[in-house]
Design a protein around this ligand. Structure first.
Ligand SMILES: Nc1ncnc2c1ncn2[C@@H]1O[C@H](COP(=O)(O)OP(=O)(O)OP(=O)(O)O)[C@@H](O)[C@H]1O
Length: 323
């Protein structure tokens, strides 16, 4: 196993209260595996991504948990050890590539720096930067451009090229295609696929479950700071267990069927004061229809269980109760 995240909780200590950004999240990613995290805005996908890199922004704090990467807990490493892993073994790309690009410096110099800080001699880094541009289908003269001279798609290619500098073991991609048009989106997904083909594992974040289904091996569904379902794409798409996962799938427009797209009624809860029991119960159609679930879903937090091999769900419908 490349990455094992255990019982990870991250809280944001804001002036308006403690926001439970992610709570008791447990999952793992194998070598060369692409896992996509889906869920509505604010469900904790980015929070968990940041926590893996130990870069949760203030006022956030990791309150419990372990992030075991190749046998070592990243949350217990010293600054130097962590710096060595970041950008080398684990790389990250963001929705807005300007997050990782300096607007005032040529992209070539920035790419070279990514490598020299990890001890690559400058000459070698310049050569490697050219090769990396080729890998992301950009001409070598782009090294002399400033970020603002490039399109959004080209900037995202540059950030992927930088992320590829050391053949990372894990790429964390936080909605890297959301701001791009569909055709450019596809070419960026192809680049990530190429990286996967070379053995890199992918933690991918998106709102779009159909995008998840197309490229990934596994899907992780998050709701209101909790991981509610995890399994292979086939398990999640063919046999979604959690009522929230089912609702997400029903909300995908189907081009070939004339079925109506059903948006999920209601809103995700305020994470300063999430609902008791299952956080989805106030919006859950099954809870609404079955009076026998009262006193369970609205009172007891469901544990994650393994429903079938590799298919995990946190829902009382599968915990032996409520049926
Ligand atoms: N810097 C912050 N300060 C306070 N609360 C935050 C901060 N960042 C995130 N949160 C809160 O933590 C929760 C999880 O947010 P997060 O950004 O991880 O969700 P997400 O699923 O990645 O959403 P999106 O798809 O919109 O990026 C939300 O309730 C959010 O408001």
């Amino acid at each position: 196993m490349l990455l094992e995240v255990k019982n990870l909780s991250i809280y944001y200590y804001t002036l308006a209260g403690v926001v439970k950004g992610a709570e008791k999240v447990t999952f793992s990613i194998d070598r060369g595996e692409w896992v996509t995290f889906v869920g509505e805005s604010g469900s904790g996908k980015s929070t968990v991504a940041h926590a893996i890199m130990n870069i949760v922004p203030s006022p956030g704090r990791i309150v419990t948990g372990e992030v075991i990467f190749e046998g070592r807990d990243l949350l217990r490493l010293g600054k130097d050890e962590l710096r060595d892993i970041r950008g080398k073994d684990i790389s990250m790309i963001f929705q807005d590539p300007m997050t990782s690009l300096d607007p005032l410096r040529k992209v070539g110099d920035q790419m070279v720096e990514v490598m020299t800080v990890h001890g690559v001699p400058e000459e070698e880094a310049r050569e490697r930067a050219k090769e990396l541009l080729e890998k992301v289908n950009l001409p070598p003269d782009r090294l002399d451009y400033y970020p603002h001279q490039l399109s959004g798609g080209q900037r995202q290619r540059i950030s992927i090229a930088m992320a590829m500098a050391f053949n990372p073991k894990l790429l964390i991609a936080d909605e890297p295609t959301t701001a791009l048009d569909v055709i450019v989106q596809d070419s960026i997904m192809d680049l990530i696929d190429n990286l996967k083909a070379e053995g890199t594992s992918i933690y991918f974040v998106t709102h779009d479950i159909s995008l998840a289904a197309e490229r990934s091996d596994k899907i992780a569904v998050m709701y209101a700071g909790k991981l509610v379902e995890f399994g292979t794409v086939e398990q999640i798409v063919e046999n979604p267990l959690h009522p929230y996962t089912r609702a997400l799938i029903e909300a995908v427009p189907d081009l070939w069927k004339e079925s109506e797209v059903r948006a999920i009624p209601g809103y995700p809860p305020d994470l300063r004061n999430p609902p008791r029991g299952c956080r989805f119960h106030p919006r859950c159609p099954v809870f609404r229809e079955r009076p026998t679930l009262k006193g369970l879903c609205d009172a007891v937090e469901p544990e994650m269980i393994e429903y079938e091999k590799g298919h995990f769900v946190a829902c009382h419908l599968y915990g032996g109760a409520g049926e």
